[in-house]
Design a protein around this ligand. Structure first.
Ligand code: PAF
Length: 277
């Protein structure tokens, strides 16, 4: 496996590759990332994982500085998983001067995560477009754990006519149900036990929807109240359409329940899809 830090070296390494898959990451890899690698592996002759903690997608009060940087261990895991190239640029390589041209996603960037993290999806879309231009993959894999991110990027590829197939990957969970995330490492032992309540609440909504309930507002408030009572600070619990994250009507069938909430100093997000036939 080659570990490459510059675009020039990357271009040289990939010059003769015809089928490249890209798994973009911010490092500190867990089994969820390795699942993305496993999905990508059989689909391309050359598998590239990028590792770059993207300052542009963090708000001023967010965890950019303390975000875990674990390049050596990440490379070991990627090598074992069969990755061919790790692209780990430094900040100057990606943003050599103030990045004045950015990608502004559609209205979808203003709801849910976007409402609580202004500018976040501009930062994500901008860096992903740059990574696409640097790596020039035919395929890119994104986890559905970041559901809104996946939709934003799928739409970017469509609206900008990028010749890249976006493949979504299911969320990988710990045995108790907690969605794997690099930020889980911030949780204390006590908070780790409590953290499962977020998944339990959204999964409870999923079961209620499958059981026939359509009082979306009441379902959201019940879950919010329950989490508040357990000491969580809720950003949102929302039942939305899978296709565009708009509010569903009574006849909507493909839904997703999304939540973001803070437990102590750690902000967790999760979602579950609900398909009602
Ligand atoms: O999902 C992530 O880890 C990041 O948002 C991404 C897609 C690598 C862009 O920095």
């Amino acid at each position: 496996m080659d570990v490459i830090h510059t675009v020039a070296e990357l271009r040289a390494r990939l010059a003769d590759e015809r089928q490249v898959a890209l798994v973009p990451t911010m490092g500190n890899l867990h089994d969820g990332h390795i699942e993305l690698i496993q999905i990508a592996k059989p689909r391309a002759a050359c598998l590239v994982a990028s590792i770059f903690v993207n300052r542009l997608q963090f708000g001023p009060a967010e965890d950019f500085d303390r975000y875990p940087r674990t390049l050596a261990t990440d490379c070991e895991r990627l090598s074992q998983a069969g990755c061919n190239v790790v692209f780990a640029p430094d900040e100057q390589e990606v943003y050599p001067e103030p990045q004045e041209y950015t990608v502004d996603p559609s209205d979808i960037q203003d709801v849910l995560e976007g409402a609580f993290r202004p500018g976040h999806f501009r930062g994500v879309a901008t860096v992903v477009l740059k990574l696409f231009n640097m790596v020039q993959p035919q395929i890119a894999i994104f986890g559905k754990k970041d559901y809104q991110q996946y939709l934003v990027l799928r739409e970017m590829v469509k609206q900008l006519a990028l010749p890249i197939e976006i493949i979504p990957a299911e969320t990988v969970r710990a045995p108790d149900g907690l969605a794997l995330s690099s930020r889980n490492g911030y949780l204390s032992a006590q908070e780790r036990i409590e953290s499962i309540a977020l998944f339990n609440q959204i999964d409870g909504i999923r079961q209620a929807l499958l059981g026939g309930r359509r009082d979306y507002g009441a379902l959201e408030s019940e879950a919010t109240g329950c989490l508040n009572a357990r000491g969580w600070q809720i950003d949102y619990v929302a039942i939305r359409r899978q296709s565009d994250l708009r509010e569903p009507g009574p006849d909507s069938r493909a839904l997703v329940v999304l939540a973001a909430a803070r437990l102590g100093k750690t902000r967790l997000i999760d979602n579950v899809e609900v398909d009602m036939s």
